[in-house]
Design a protein around this ligand. Structure first.
Ligand SMILES: [Zn+2]
Length: 372
């Protein structure tokens, strides 16, 4: 259900994007409000007015969703967890919180921030409705926003991972046991809740309400996938943060800057068989020689080309004491399959993606054999 997204604006350093699927739900909400909700409770207005008020309410609903996600993000950032972007899409919003929380307490606070924000908004609209008791369309918008913010807070508090309530449940179990067990249990509840929603979908089909049926069905599918994926991701993080780069790195000797490409291909490449090689430049800085780039140079030029002429300044690297999790994240972020391992000013070797993947492969095999 995710399509290409439109970048909207940046706030607190976070990029806010609007997914194309948002337009579907924007239309559906405006439609429901303009054709049913407002004409029923506030009769006597024109078609255009109802649609205008419906659209304004739908936009304010999404502003509320954005505030909910911003609350998660700001609390995460306060604890040093980077948040790159917030995506608004068909089922609301999602904050791209880059890392797992460092402790159950932080997990709890980040998760609770969203519902607290929604309930606070609901309360503020409740007060606003008391201050403005006129029975008109503005009062209608206020009442609608009070209701949806309350519903948003309540729905997210269902203890079904990765909904906020599920994250709160995970934090509570994590405080007593370990993160992986906590994630496993809370993603079970997530999957169970997803099936309950799908069951509602089937019941709606029987009642002949196809729009509701579709809604429940899609939301159920989405939650089931999300709970499975979040569990897999946590498992990956837990496994990979248990190992250091030095345990898996591949030793590679630095290449001298005035070595020719021909000599490099003859004497280095067959020995180390890595894709990237550190080069210590004449300026004392570190450069990276990428074998894939060498293959773009015609072989007739190899004897007269020096490695330093085709090497690139080294910008991304890991320390031997970094975790494999950090290594794989950097590889993903910079779309690299190998990273240099640097300690101080010394290049010790490279860490390869396929070595990390082989390690994960063994874990999954072991898990299958144990039948869990
Ligand atoms: Zn939330």
């Amino acid at each position: 259900m995710r399509f290409r997204s439109i970048p909207l604006f940046r706030i607190f350093g976070i990029q806010v994007n609007l997914d194309f699927s948002w337009f579907i739900v924007f239309f559906l909400i405006s439609f429901t409000l303009a054709e049913y909700f407002f004409p029923h409770y506030y009769p006597g207005h024109s078609f255009v007015v109802y649609w205008l008020v419906g659209a304004v309410s739908a936009i304010l609903l999404f502003a509320s969703v954005l505030l909910h996600e911003l609350s998660h993000s700001l609390v995460a950032m306060k604890f040093g967890i980077p948040v790159k972007e917030i995506d608004l899409f068909i089922f609301g919003g999602v904050a791209m919180i880059e890392e797992e929380a460092p402790s159950p307490k932080v997990e709890f606070l980040v998760a609770a921030a969203g519902p607290v924000c929604s309930f606070t908004l609901a309360f503020l609209f409740f007060i606003l409705a008391l201050i403005y008791p006129v029975d008109d369309l503005i009062n209608g918008i206020i009442n609608y926003l009070m209701l949806v913010n309350f519903a948003l807070g309540a729905f997210n508090l269902v203890p079904a991972f990765p909904l906020d309530g599920g994250r709160i449940l995970r934090a509570i179990i994590w405080a007593k046991k370990d993160l992986l067990t906590a994630t496993k249990i809370s993603s079970w509840t997530g999957t169970a809740f997803a099936y309950v929603l799908m069951l509602f979908g089937i019941l709606s089909v029987i009642q002949g309400n196809l729009l509701n049926a579709m809604w429940y069905g899609l939301l159920g599918l989405f939650l089931r996938n999300a709970s499975k994926m979040s569990y897999e991701q946590t498992k990956l993080s837990v496994i990979l943060s248990g190992y250091r780069v030095e345990q898996f790195m591949h030793t590679v000797k630095p290449v001298l800057p005035d070595e020719t490409v021909a000599d490099f291909m003859m004497y280095y490449y067959p020995v180390y068989r890595a894709e990237i090689y550190p080069v210590i430049g004449p300026d004392g800085r570190l450069y990276i020689l990428d074998v894939r780039r060498l293959k773009e140079i015609p072989q007739t030029q190899w004897a007269v080309t020096k490695v330093i002429d085709v090497a690139q300044p080294m910008e991304v690297y890991v320390s031997p004491y970094d975790t494999l999790l950090k290594a794989i994240k950097l590889m993903n972020r910079y779309q690299m399959d190998q990273l240099p391992v640097v300690y101080g000013n010394t290049v010790l070797g490279v860490i390869k993606r396929d070595v990390i993947e082989a390690l994960l492969e063994r874990y999954y095999l072991q898990e299958k054999l144990q039948g869990s």
